[in-house]
Write a protein that binds this ligand. Structure first.
Ligand code: 5RP
Ligand code: FE2
Length: 229
């Protein structure tokens, strides 16, 4: 995985057909997805349950590019090796998920995986000030985590603060929740480079009719790139 700050669209398979994940990953990549975002929820850290490392391992052969695993689980540390072995390229843990985010990021990097840290809407940018050198990606949640299809919460001030804090470090800023062609320019202009999109990416398509996936991804990318600073 090489670092660059170009806009990357990361469709979340939370909005895909749960009976058809392998084919959905192939279809969304063929339609222009840069990364595939995988939302892992435990029914404890967030009020919803999705899937675990076995599912990630099963879809890995169906993803050519980056498998971006967003862990909405607590605790995190006992499961890092399992998600690394499942083939994750990025593992993101929430700063709110436990008292030892520094140890968690060390363990993720120690497993040979890029280390991401996610911030809920109520958590300030300052929460990552002392772990920037341990971090490859900061995920700014623009919804309260747990469900797809929620309304975008404006976090542009936080994104700008993070961009300034990051300086020239090779750290991605990822935005997760309610990203669509209307909200994408706001977050891109503020300094985000990875845009997760669930409902807005998968809207109107299916594995047997994947063309809408391509139209959706192109619309989000064009909106973001139009104003990307
Ligand atoms: O982490 C998430 C929710 O907790 C999802 O990645 C996110 O909500 C994407 O879905 P949508 O684009 O439909 O909001
Ligand atoms: Fe997510």
């Amino acid at each position: 995985m090489t670092f660059d700050r170009s806009i990357k669209i990361a469709p979340s398979i939370l909005a895909a057909d749960f009976a058809n994940f392998g084919a959905e990953c192939e279809a969304i990549e063929a339609q222009g997805a840069d990364w595939v975002h995988v939302d892992v929820m435990d029914g404890h850290f967030v009020p919803n349950i999705t899937f675990g490392p076995a599912m990630c391992a099963a879809i890995r052969p169906h993803i050519k590019g980056v498998m971006d695993v967003h862990l909405m689980i607590s605790p995190v540390d006992p499961y890092i090796d399992a998600f690394a072995k499942a083939g994750a390229d990025v593992i993101t843990a929430h700063v709110e998920a436990g008292p030892h985010i520094h140890r968690t990021l060390q363990a993720i990097r120690g497993a040979g995986v890029k280390a991401g840290v996610a911030l809920n809407p109520g958590t300030p940018a300052s929460a990552v000030a002392d772990i920037l050198d341990m971090t490859d990606l900061i995920c700014v949640m623009t919804v309260n985590p747990g469900f797809g299809g929620q309304k975008f919460i404006d976090m542009t001030a936080k994104i700008r603060t993070l961009r300034e804090m990051i300086g020239d470090r090779p750290i991605h800023i990822e935005i997760d929740g309610g990203v669509d062609p209307k909200t994408a320019p706001l977050v891109a202009q503020a300094g985000a480079d990875v845009l997760v999109a669930g409902s807005a990416a998968f809207k109107g398509g299916s594995v047997s009719n994947p063309a809408p996936y391509g139209e959706n991804i192109r619309a989000i990318r064009a909106a973001a790139e139009g104003t990307y600073a």
